[in-house]
Design a protein around this ligand. Structure first.
Ligand code: ADP
Ligand code: ASP
Ligand code: MG
Length: 413
């Protein structure tokens, strides 16, 4: 008998009819003799709606209260599904994050999991009860409600799978798996049958929201096999697991785009030791993740410009700190460009292949797109562009690297 975690995203519980459908799917899984723990998101659009409500009340809502509000969406779906299953004669019971013992730190709206006890879930399973757990939420050590960042139900599912040592964590969503690009941007994108944690983590961190990046990090750390598949149609999905020998060593596995970017330029900074440490120390202190950084060669007057990118959601927080530090270090001004985006290529085969970057730059040049910033790692290359070029860039690169046809593969090393 296998223990499976089945997580259903927002569209899969988006209305009552869909809740009926997943109740049937869950019932079928239980009938095959497997033990199941279900994790649910809020109905699609609900977390955004609650976020807007809070910001209609006040532009800077209190973070503790915001989490109380945001976590309510998942309470609705777990109760509705438990009712539905019970009406079909299945002994289902809903659990909030607090009830299953998901303990986090106190960083409201982006809390990190510190501990998962899951004892009530274990007890429920032992009694033959089907647990339906609210995703995206936990409590801090003072029992105050926290949320795990957008897409955080994926993390709840993976964390429960790790704690309960489940055989698999299945993420049901509105696409048939992880593809070579977002199928809503590139209709010819192909499903990738198997991916390593490392590649998936890059894809997620670089904008493929099909899995939350932190959930992939967690899955890799605890070796949780994660399967992404459609809740709307039967069929294979994508298995995310440790790299193994029968995995395709694609030079490029996928193309991804990220609009959640903004560029800050500090103009006229004295070109002397300690300046970058001051500037980035202040930003890091506020838990804002700086991604790409460019420092220009200094002008004749020993002044330079430093540009860097931050998540657009964190721009206001970052700007407050950067302006203050820029003042202290005597910089001339601070400029912001919001309408930028990042396009990235990911593939473990890049480790052993050269020439991918130049081919990427040539493709973007052919499309007459200006590259503002570049960053690379062993298995990815990212370019920052004007936001309006993003979809076209993703489509052009997807074509250039032959991702819709059988893939270019590199040697296994
Ligand atoms: P859920 O509500 O089920 O959690 P999400 O909206 O969070 O679903 O994630 C699924 C979406 O991720 C898809 O609808 C798709 O538009 C998007 N997506 C982005 N990149 C990819 C990719 N490489 N492969 C598959 N889907 C992707
Ligand atoms: N409802 C939350 C969100 O929309 C969590 C999730 O769906 O994973 O971000
Ligand atoms: Mg999601």
């Amino acid at each position: 008998m296998a223990l499976l975690i089945q997580k259903f995203g927002g569209t899969s519980v988006g209305n009552i009819e869909r809740i009926h459908r997943i109740a049937e799917l869950i019932e079928r899984t239980c009938q095959t003799g497997n033990q199941v723990v279900v994790v649910l998101s809020a109905m699609s659009g609900e977390t955004d709606r609650l976020w807007r409500l809070a910001h209609d009340v006040t532009p800077h809502p209190d973070a503790r209260e915001l989490d109380v509000l945001l976590s309510s969406g998942e309470r609705v779906t777990i109760a509705l599904l438990a009712m539905k299953l019970r009406s079909r004669g299945i002994n289902a019971r809903s659990f909030t994050g607090r009830q299953v013992g998901i303990v986090t730190n106190s960083s409201h709206t982006r809390a990190r999991i510190a501990k998962v006890t899951a004892d009530p879930v274990r007890r429920a399973l032992a009694e033959g009860v089907l647990p339906i757990v609210a995703g995206f939420q936990g409590v801090n050590e003072r029992s105050e409600v926290t949320t795990l960042g957008r897409g955080g139900s994926d993390l709840t599912a993976v964390a429960l799978a790790a704690t309960l040592q489940a055989d698999r964590c299945v993420i049901f969503t509105d696409v048939d798996g992880v593809s070579t690009a977002d199928p809503n941007v590139v209709p010819t994108a192909r499903r990738i049958p198997k991916l390593s944690y490392e590649e998936m983590l890059e894809l997620s961190s670089l904008g493929a929201k099909v899995l939350q990046a932190r959930s992939v990090e967690f899955a890799a750390k605890y070796s949780v096999p994660v399967e992404v598949k459609s809740s709307f149609q039967e069929g294979e999905g994508t298995l995310v697991t440790h790299e193994d020998v029968d995995m395709e060593r694609a030079v490029v596995s996928g193309v991804t785009g990220d609009r959640n970017q903004a560029k800050i330029t500090v103009v006229g900074v004295p070109d002397q030791p300690g300046i970058a440490a001051n500037l980035f120390g202040a930003v890091a202190g506020a838990s804002v993740l700086v991604d790409m950084i460019i420092q220009n060669v200094s002008h004749q007057d020993s002044l330079t410009d430093i540009s860097f990118t931050v998540p657009r959601n964190d721009l206001a927080r970052a700007m407050a700190l950067v302006k203050r530090t820029a003042n202290e270090i005597g910089a001339r001004s601070v400029e912001v460009t919001e309408k930028i985006a990042k396009v990235s290529l990911v593939g473990v085969g890049m480790r052993s292949h050269s020439g991918v970057a130049s081919r990427m730059f040539q493709t973007l040049a052919r499309e007459k797109m200006n590259i503002m910033m570049i960053s690379t790692s062993e298995i990815k290359i990212s370019c920052v562009l004007d936001e309006e070029n993003l979809n076209k860039a993703v489509q052009a690169l997807h074509k250039e690297f032959g991702l819709e046809s059988p893939r270019e593969t590199g040697k296994i090393h």
